[in-house]
Ligand binder design. Structure first.
Ligand code: PMP
Length: 427
């Protein structure tokens, strides 16, 4: 395949006429090309745990300590002594695995406790755990929506929700475009058995929020169901950390809330919060829940992490202090952080190669951040994605801001137009 430099991951998904090993060979050539330019920073190996700093050995270098901006462990709870102690105690009591799927022997009291805690945290009666946040979305939606139904997605929705739409009809509206959403709702009236709108609370690439008050009002007006995936908002947004729905005081006004235990709640797994009858239905009709083993005993740390949001509010306060300080610092440098209102703070470069060069230079300056390109975002929306933690110190953040100042002096990101990706080619 010629001209590898302009290819994206998507170009290797399904190359006509090429079998799996031929496609894999093309892919290897692409990765080698990116590596040769020092632009490959995916899947770098860490030798320390989740945290504000990380020890990495880059593919091309020796081990070194970096400020890490790649973790969604927003409140730093993966390292909290009480959370760790709960996981260790549960392993001592139950061993290491759950041994089966929940329907046939893999349902334990610690699962029931997680379900009770997350439902109560959000002020609901019932919830169901899934092995990942991804399957909470994909499995729940595939279970509820079939060929007579319609799923309506924001265009920036997470991949797990898109997968949830595979068994049903899907219409997508441009990101946060309420007129377009209303258009879809109006034009689909009386044409489907169930119409279900899915939006994120916090969007995982831009870090911006959904205008849930107006979206929920539209869903009620047009008699559509509404699901909010607040994987990045629950635990950190709103005065009590109940997520973006708390900001609008609408926690009880949606049909389903989904989320993840892999971010603020310091472990792995996902949940669907819904009314008891729907939870009962999902337990026995959601294929990934029935046919896949469930969370291991270490998950008993999740209720402890959930309770810490209320009992140790200092972490959330510190996170927001860090977010404000860091975002202001980037804006002062003239960098484009988009509409972020969360702990996910991008720097948009307008060109995937510039994003790659920026992450390479950041690594040189001791900062580990992710480059994001198509298909996660459009090519012209390429960016460096950064997640902040409560446990980043002021020195960590200053090191990153100094690094950005240096990167900016080299790449002139604040004069972005020079670098704007060819809009015609950008997808
Ligand atoms: N929803 C959103 C919005 C996400 O960003 C993610 C993953 N980061 C998920 C769901 C899936 O969560 P998990 O990683 O726990 O599977």
């Amino acid at each position: 395949m010629d001209n590898l430099i302009n290819k994206t991951f998507k170009d290797f998904e399904n190359i006509p006429g090429m079998g799996p090993y031929e496609r894999a060979a093309e892919w290897s050539a692409y990765v080698a090309d990116w590596r040769s330019r020092g632009h490959w920073n995916y899947r770098q190996m860490a030798f320390s745990g989740c945290g504000p700093r990380v020890e990495l050995r880059l593919d091309w270098g020796s081990k070194r300590d970096y400020v890490s901006l790649v973790s969604n462990d927003y409140l730093g709870f993966t390292q909290h002594p009480k959370v760790k102690a709960a996981a260790i105690a549960a392993i001592e009591k139950y061993g290491t695995g759950a041994g089966a799927s929940p329907a046939i022997g893999g349902h334990y009291d610690f699962h029931a406790e997680i379900e009770r805690e997350i439902a109560a945290f959000l002020g609901w009666e019932s919830a169901l755990v899934f092995t990942t946040g991804y399957t909470a979305n994909s499995a729940m939606l595939q279970c509820l929506l079939k060929k007579d139904d319609l799923a309506i997605f924001d265009s920036a929705i997470h991949a797990s929700v898109q997968e949830g739409g595979l068994l049903t009809n899907v219409k997508t509206f441009p990101h946060n475009d309420l007129m377009a959403l209303e258009h879809v709702l109006r034009n689909s009236e009386d044409k489907y058995r169930t119409r279900l709108v899915v939006v994120d609370g916090v969007y995982s690439q831009d870090g911006d929020l959904a205008p849930l008050d107006r979206i929920i009002a539209l869903c009620k007006l047009y008699n559509a169901m509404i699901v909010v995936d607040d994987a990045h908002g629950t635990g950190v947004i709103g005065e009590r950390g109940r997520g973006v729905l708390e900001l609008y005081d609408l926690l009880q006004e949606v049909d389903i809330i989904t989320g993840s235990f892999s971010k603020t709640f310091a472990h792995v797994g996902g949940y669907v919060v819904a009314k008891p009858e729907l939870v009962e239905y999902l337990k026995f009709h959601s294929r990934q829940h029935i046919f896949s083993a469930t969370l291991p005993p270490a998950a008993a740390c999740i209720p402890v992490a959930i309770r810490l949001v209320d009992s140790e509010p200092q972490w959330m306060l510190q996170l927001w202090e860090n977010v404000t300080y860091f975002r202001n610092g980037l804006v002062e440098l003239g960098l484009d952080v988009g509409n972020t209102q969360s702990a996910i703070i991008p720097v948009k470069t307008g060109d995937p190669l510039v994003a790659a060069e920026a992450t390479k230079l950041l690594l040189e300056a001791g900062v580990y951040a992710n480059q994001i390109g198509y298909p996660a975002v459009s090519k012209k929306d390429a960016r460096v994605r950064q997640s902040l933690m409560a446990t980043h110190t002021r020195e960590d953040l200053d090191q990153v801001l100094n690094a950005w100042e240096w990167v900016n002096s080299k790449l002139k990101l604040n004069k972005r137009e020079e670098y704007a990706y060819d809009k015609k080619e950008g997808t």
